[in-house]
Design a protein around this ligand. Structure first.
Ligand SMILES: Cc1cc2nc3c(=O)[nH]c(=O)nc-3n(C[C@H](O)[C@H](O)[C@H](O)COP(=O)(O)OP(=O)(O)OC[C@H]3O[C@@H](n4cnc5c(N)ncnc54)[C@H](O)[C@@H]3O)c2cc1C
Length: 399
């Protein structure tokens, strides 16, 4: 496995259970638990975690009882009674990491290239180490070294809008957090989309009052606006990925001023309370292939759906499961990888297409709202592909 995030960990655990001798090589040194904040989960994700014995604690979820549309004046225009559960990166990542023995998880190993012939495949690392194997799984994320070698030109494509994200302690915005409650709140300022909700607090605390409030605000940005947003104070442009400390104060101030004008007061106050919001360019990535000889490409290395799908981690888990099951069903690697590729190409394409449909109204900067906001809310996530988690499973422990 190249990449020791969720995809590589799912693949390692599932392949080990299928009798393979698996090793994970991760570039980063240190703990990956602190990487994310809130994380949308699916019932398929929890089933696959169960299958590998990675226990998702009943206390690890924040229950959301509905998706609602809040208008500029704070009125609720639409309620979709859809119960689901959100969790956090740490509560998913930690049990996955614990399910893999420490001796097969090798950090500080950056893959430089892959070499393969009919009989074997080898991973060559930047420190010169060469490791030969029967199979190499590329779980090295959106900027995958393996994909770039095997499928040059397959790159993430900018979708013409960005997302500002921020997170604040529930305690610091008590009144505003109460206005959000246990709902996922959608706002549709002209041509834009903002979501806000409660997510786990410090120490992954899920109790009301101890949680955090999260927002993500999707805003159109053409090529010139993108260049401006992703250029630091020193005039250096960072393409489509800017380190948070380098975001200039001016675009943050402009975004907050727009929030006061365009958003309900409670939501604008949440946005305003975050001193250093993060900025992300929204992209699509689609690969034409997920297998090449003895290499299987999976997770974000193969497909990245826009965050509207709330499905990247579940997709990585499903890719890994399909890969392990195909290999178990066939002793030969070539037909197993062909079967894996056939089903997961289809899944990846459908997930990307669904997320593109949800974000289509944001792409053109026309200032127009979605044709049918209620439908956008009902279809949010990927309910056609990934199933919501039933909060009843968690409520016994909810405070
Ligand atoms: C803002 C945001 C919100 C999201 N919210 C959700 C959500 O709510 N629900 C959800 O399911 N998904 C969500 N996702 C998506 C999810 O985080 C990804 O889909 C998921 O992490 C993909 O897992 P992966 O293992 O394929 O890739 P990654 O998690 O990207 O991991 C790739 C790993 O490979 C390593 N690596 C890279 N190159 C090399 C190399 N050359 N050698 C060795 N190692 C290497 C990296 O260090 C990294 O650890 C979100 C993503 C973003 C950006």
């Amino acid at each position: 496995m190249i990449g020791g995030s969720v995809g590589g960990l799912f693949a390692a655990s599932l392949l080990r259970r299928a009798g393979w001798d698996a090793t994970v090589f991760e570039r980063t040194v240190g703990d990956l638990t602190g990487r994310g904040a809130g994380l949308g989960i699916s019932s398929q994700l929890l089933e696959i975690m169960d299958r590998i014995g990675a226990r998702f604690e009943p206390s690890a979820g924040v229950a959301h009882n509905s998706y609602v549309w809040m208008e500029r004046d704070g009125e609720i225009a639409f309620v979709n009674d859809r119960a689901t559960v959100g969790s956090s990166w740490a509560r998913v990542y930690r049990p996955l990491r614990d399910a893999v023995p420490a001796e097969i998880y090798r950090q500080g190993m950056t893959l430089a290239r892959v070499e393969q012939d009919a009989g074997s495949v080898a991973a060559v690392f930047e420190d010169g180490t060469r490791v030969a194997a029967d199979l190499l799984v590329a779980a090295d994320g959106v900027f995958s070294t393996v994909r770039r070698q095997l499928m040059p030109g397959t790159e993430p494509r900018y979708a013409n809008y960005v997302a500002w994200r921020g997170i604040v302690e529930e305690r610091a915005v008590r009144g505003e957090a109460a206005a959000i409650g246990d709902r996922i709140v959608f706002c549709f300022p002209p041509g834009e989309l903002l979501l806000t909700m409660a997510v786990p607090g410090p120490g992954e605390d899920m109790r009301p009052g101890h949680r955090r409030v999260y927002f993500i605000w999707y805003r159109p940005a053409g090529a010139e606006a993108l260049r401006d947003l992703f250029t630091d104070e020193g005039g250096r442009n960072h393409g489509i990925s800017i380190p948070p400390p380098l975001i200039r104060p001016a675009p943050v101030a402009a975004m907050k001023a727009d929030a006061a004008e365009r958003l309900p007061a409670a939501v604008a106050a949440i946005v305003d309370s975050v001193p250093r919001p993060l900025l992300q360019a929204i992209t699509d990535l689609e690969s034409a292939r997920m297998a090449d000889g003895r290499v299987a490409v999976m997770g974000d290395a193969a497909f990245v759906a826009r965050p509207h799908s709330i499905g990247g981690v579940s997709k990585a888990a499903l890719d890994a499961q399909r890969l392990a099951d195909s290999l178990s069903a066939s002793g030969d690697i070539a037909p197993a990888l062909a079967r894996y590729e056939e089903s997961q190409l289809d899944f990846g394409r459908r997930l990307v297409a669904h997320s593109r449909y949800l974000g289509a109204f944001l792409e053109h900067g026309s200032g127009a709202p979605p044709a049918d906001p209620e439908r956008t809310i009902r279809d949010y996530g990927a309910p056609n592909l990934l199933h919501d988690v039933d909060p009843a499973r968690f409520q016994a422990k909810a405070v």
